[in-house]
Design a protein around this ligand. Structure first.
Ligand SMILES: [Zn+2]
Length: 256
């Protein structure tokens, strides 16, 4: 069995001291591939260093909405440059976060600019959305996202929103959130999502699935979320692993 963690931050300083162990534990859980997302220069450098450790680590970079104020022409050039590397497979995470203090207008401008960049570079995007479903949807729709591809990372909406993003041609990625007691709405959304549009992720070091909720998450725990989802769907974990692995490879345009 091969599991693809489609969204993780093992380049976070939380992992600085035991990275080889974290990767080894992931492999022991059959989490053999991962997409690692970088949001700033330091985390990008740590991501680039990871490429030497194992061949099945892929990268993404982008300006997170929380950092939108930092985005300017120079940042954009740097981002463009970083995304030229062959192991860099996506632009992200980008999007809108109305929970944070950054002005909505600034966030929207930066989000729009990066969607244009993704189209230019023909790279899929990993979308962060917090408390901003309607505006995120409008911007993705206007960008004609299906032409370059996108995933709603750690999808936490209801069935109605799931359907709207699916109608845009997007993937939905499910994290440990779907295992939380209070996430019945997300479970319903998952059950309504065609399997060929489902990805799985950890978002480590955040969002550890049950029974580890609140602890530091790590890529190996993708296995727990995957087993939980397979059980909901009443298929085997092996089957769901194979489907989501193929979906992720297709989404990231990785040649198998
Ligand atoms: Zn993330």
């Amino acid at each position: 069995m091969d599991i693809f963690d489609s969204h993780t931050h093992i380049n976070d300083l939380a992992f600085a001291n035991d990275l080889p162990d974290v990767i080894e534990r992931a492999q022991a859980f059959s989490v053999t591939s991962m997409l690692v997302l970088a949001g700033d220069h330091a985390s990008l450098r740590r991501l680039q260093a990871l490429f030497a450790l194992t061949p099945q680590i892929y990268g993404a970079a982008g300006c997170h909405p929380e950092d939108a104020k930092r985005y300017d022409d120079i940042e954009e050039q740097r981002l463009k440059q970083a995304l030229q590397a062959s192991r860099m497979k996506a632009l992200g995470e980008i999007g809108l976060d109305y929970h944070c203090q950054v002005s909505h207008l600034v966030q929207q401008q930066v989000f729009r600019r990066q969607l244009v960049l993704a189209r230019q570079l023909h790279l899929p995007v990993s979308i962060h959305n917090r408390d901003a479903f309607a505006d995120t949807y409008q911007l993705l729709k206007a960008a004609q996202i299906a032409e370059f591809g996108g995933v709603m990372h750690s999808f936490n909406g209801d069935e109605k929103w799931a359907q709207k993003f699916l109608d845009l041609g997007m993937y939905l990625s499910f994290s440990g959130v779907v295992t939380f007691k209070n996430a019945a709405v997300v479970r319903k959304a998952f059950l309504a999502t065609p399997l060929e549009r489902v990805l799985v992720e950890t978002d480590a070091p955040y969002l550890a699935p049950e029974p580890y909720r609140g602890r530091q998450n790590e890529p190996g725990f993708t296995r727990l979320t995957l087993e939980y989802l397979a059980n909901l769907r009443q298929i085997s974990a092996r089957e769901l692993a194979a489907i989501t692995y193929q979906n992720t490879i297709k989404f990231l345009r990785i040649k198998s």
